[in-house]
Unconditional design. Sequence first.
Length: 94
Amino acid sequence: MEQYIGRRLTTYYKESFLTRAHLAKQLLEIANKFNENSSKFILYLTDVTPDNFAVDENSNLVKIVDLENIIMVDKEVLIQSEYTWFNWILLIAD
C-alpha cells in the first residue's frame, strides 16, 4: 500500500536546530518502542535511512514509510538462548 504521508527526513537537513532536535527525539522514541514494548517481540529495522521516514503533515510526527527490511526477534527465545546477542547476529548472517 502506498500513501503520501509528508516530506521525507532528507528534506529537513537545513531546518532549524530545534526542528531537527524534535525529529531526532521522535526517532529515538520509535527505536525505543521497537525494543521496550509489551509484546513478546523486538523489532529491528535493517535499512535505517532518512528516506525511509517522513513527517506527517497533519500531526508533525515522524512515520516509518518503508518497512521492507525488518527483523523480528522473539524476546523469550533470545533470553533462553545460550548465544550472546553478538553471536546471534553472526548466526543469522550466515
